[in-house]
Design a protein around this ligand. Structure first.
Ligand code: NAD
Length: 417
């Protein structure tokens, strides 16, 4: 996943740029760029064939100036420490952009769960949870799902941590199933936040979302729910979608319920009846109104940015656009809704889940969605206003909002000792 650009270096360039514009002293910029704590764990798992395999996992805690660390856990064969560092710092900027009282962290295991049995994934998850339990906790660091993890893994982690404590600790993790303290609305929250941002952006540029054409790269949790919501709630026409095996296109539109059912049956969107194939590269360059990159990082680079003609690019994924590509998109008038704003719906409802766990009082789905709408819409307009003020793109503006908040908190707390 690290691809051509190193995502951690990409993140640092953004913080440097924002820090300079804000007039922060260089030492403080260095603090803001540096992850505070990095834990690497090498741990054994008994595989189904009786053999022992050693896995490597990470938990990187980037910054906690504004509150406890927060960030997901990813299982992927290409996870590496720089990727986890980048993802952890993006969480710091994301929680600050939407102004929720958290810092940023991220975890990952180098593993391809698609080649493992459920039992092997469970044993790996539980052992990793126990290895990182020395630094996580409901007041310290609260993990959540990311690529290739979901409610099932969150439940195992909650259970492992609770077994070690001797009592149930639902607030140690978010993205849990409803039955054990998960929040209503959490599974769709990232996508819901994304379509709220697209809605606000469309209003700003005078685009009618009803009938607007959409292409979605990535058809997992974020991409598939984005399809559902943008079609159902705004009447947009999704004409192309893709997953790791390839993409499909039908100019007349692809219906969410049918594509989802096909993916559930066959394991991929590929081969959907009535569609033509489209590659994962070509899907980004389609003539659509809205592009939603919802897969992995570094897919829009200086090599293909010039070919992107969508009016809005809403980043469901973390880090899909490189630093150099951003400048090209801006010059060409593509309105990029940056990841730290556009996919912050997930962590926002994770925060709501944690609040509900801590209060032991649960909200209705309408309450969750309404509060999410308020948070995301407010953040969108703050970022938009910053963009107007500084005559920059939305990503620079989001970093200006976020870096300022984290810098202010750091300065107020001062430096210990
Ligand atoms: P997921 O594992 O549910 O889905 C990922 C999807 O991307 C799958 O459909 C997979 O087939 C596809 N994919 C993988 N490699 C691809 C490639 N090379 N080209 C095209 N598609 C490819 O993961 P997710 O939770 O949907 O996360 C997707 C992105 O969104 C990640 O960048 C993640 O960090 C980000 N994100 C997720 C959340 C969340 O709440 N799940 C929140 C914020 C950001």
């Amino acid at each position: 996943m690290a691809g051509k650009a190193n995502p951690f270096e990409e993140m640092k360039k953004m913080v440097d740029k924002a820090g300079k514009t804000l007039g922060l002293e260089q030492g403080l910029i260095e603090v803001l760029k540096s992850p505070k704590r990095e834990l690497t764990v090498n741990f054994p798992v008994k595989m189904d064939d009786g053999k022992i395999k050693v896995f490597t996992g990470y938990r990187v805690q980037h910054n906690e100036a504004r509150g406890p660390y927060k960030g997901g856990i990813r299982y992927h064969q290409q996870v590496d420490i720089d990727e986890v560092r980048a993802l952890s710092s993006w969480m710091t900027w994301k929680t600050a952009t939407v102004d929720i009282p958290y810092g940023g962290a991220k975890g990952g295991i180098i593993a391809n769960p698609k080649t493992m049995s459920v039992g092997e994934i469970e044993r790996m998850t539980r052992r990793y949870a126990s290895e990182i339990s020395i630094i996580i906790g409901p007041e310290k660091d609260i993990p959540a799902p990311d690529v290739n993890t979901g409610g099932r893994e969150m439940a195992w982690i909650m259970d492992t941590y609770s077994m070690m404590k001797g009592y149930a600790v639902p607030g140690v993790i978010t993205g849990k199933p409803r039955e054990i303290g998960g929040s209503l609305g959490r599974p769709e929250a990232t996508s819901r936040g994304l379509v709220f941002c697209v809605r606000e952006a469309a209003k700003k540029i005078g685009m009618n979302l009803k009938g607007a054409t959409v292409a979605i790269q990535g058809y997992g949790n974020v991409g598939a729910f984005a399809h559902m919501l943008i079609e159902r709630d705004f009447g947009a026409k999704v004409i192309a979608v893709s997953d790791s095996q390839g993409g499909i296109i039908n100019e007349k539109g692809l219906k969410y319920a049918e594509v989802k059912a096909h993916k559930e049956k066959t394991g991929s969107v590929k081969g959907f009846p009535g569609s033509k194939p489209v590659s994962n590269e070509a899907i980004l360059e389609l003539k659509v109104d809205v592009l939603l990159p919802c897969a992995l990082e570094n897919v829009i680079t200086k090599d293909n940015a010039g070919k992107i003609v969508a009016k809005i690019s809403g980043e469901g994924a973390n880090g899909p656009t490189t630093f150099e590509a951003d400048a090209i998109l801006y010059k060409n008038g593509v309105l990029v809704l940056p990841d730290i704003l556009a996919n912050a719906g997930g962590v926002t409802v994770s925060y709501f889940e944690w609040v509900q766990n801590n209060y032991n009082y649960y909200w209705t789905e309408e309450e969750v969605n309404e509060r999410l709408d308020k948070k995301i819409t407010k953040a969108f307009h703050e970022v938009w206003d910053m963009k107007e003020k500084h005559k920059c793109n939305m990503r620079d503006a989001a970093y200006l909002c976020a870096v300022k908040r984290v810098a202010d908190a750091t300065k107020l707390r001062g430096f210990y000792p």
